[in-house]
Ligand binder design. Structure first.
Ligand code: 13P
Length: 251
């Protein structure tokens, strides 16, 4: 069975002291929780402080992006080694905000995913359609292009080491969560795409999260769907109590 994963994407919020306080709160509340697997992804500049605040807790550390080159003249960028140096095990890649606001392409996502895998980081690769694309009936087409191009050249062994997050752009930060059935349909489609590129063991084992307006009151219904293996949480991961409630969706 796939072990559920709940990840918090803190995005560009808070100063180092806020991140520290949030991490300390999570550590205090989640000390004994080892399931589901929990990852928090603070802004780059708070990673070191959050690692310290989480020491000894089961909560893992992730970043929100990474560059594909190992080092050199890439002003403003952060490498995989730098992330590992501050204790990251995971990295979010291809988030819709990076694709749509920062102009990230499928090729960028592909290069970043390969670099993260080569370094031994777990990439959380995000895919998802815009509202216009859904309304035009092109949801599967968009997802397929993002998966095919973003994960091009990855072996079954590579695919077994990544996490995919389906985040419909119309649900992100809008409070409009996808209906569990809607999310399930896309997650199942993604699993089928993975199967076409690997084997049944890989496709059955890969974790496919849902993200977009996940809150304490909708997590349980989402997680009840067969192909939803966890959540990538934005706004509701910025408060200790709401994130803890999401992590404890079974209780
Ligand atoms: P919200 O949970 O705030 O809708 O954000 C989702 C998201 O983008 C997580 O990566």
């Amino acid at each position: 069975m796939r072990a559920p994963l709940i990840a918090g994407n803190w995005k560009m919020n808070g100063l180092v002291r806020d991140a520290q306080a949030l991490a300390q709160g999570l550590r205090a509340r989640l000390e004994k929780d080892s399931a589901p697997e929990i990852v928090v992804c603070p802004p780059f500049l708070a990673l070191a402080a959050v690692r310290e605040a989480l020491a000894g807790s089961p909560v893992k550390l992730g970043a929100q992006d990474v560059h594909w080159e190992a080092k050199g003249a890439y002003t403003g960028e952060i490498s995989t080694a730098m992330l590992q140096d501050v204790g990251c095990t995971h990295v979010i890649l291809g988030h819709s905000e990076r694709r749509h606001i920062m102009g990230e392409t499928h090729e960028h996502v592909n290069r970043k995913t390969r670099a993260a895998l080569a370094a031994g980081l777990t990439p959380i690769v995000c895919v998802g359609e815009l509202l216009e694309e859904r309304n035009m009936g092109d949801t599967n087409g968009v997802i397929e292009r993002q998966i095919v191009k973003g994960l091009e050249g990855l072996s079954a062994a590579d695919l077994s080491r990544i996490v995919i997050a389906y985040e419909p752009v119309w649900a992100i930060g809008t409070g409009k969560v996808a209906a569990p059935r809607q999310a399930e349909e896309v997650n199942r489609f993604i699993r089928k795409l993975v199967l076409q590129r690997s084997d049944s063991r890989t496709a059955e084992g890969i974790r496919i999260l849902y993200g977009g307006a996940v809150k304490p009151d909708n997590i349980k219904d989402l997680m009840a769907e067969e192909d939803i293996d966890g959540a990538l949480v934005g706004g509701a991961s910025l408060e200790v109590e709401s994130f803890v409630k999401i992590v404890r969706y079974t209780s």
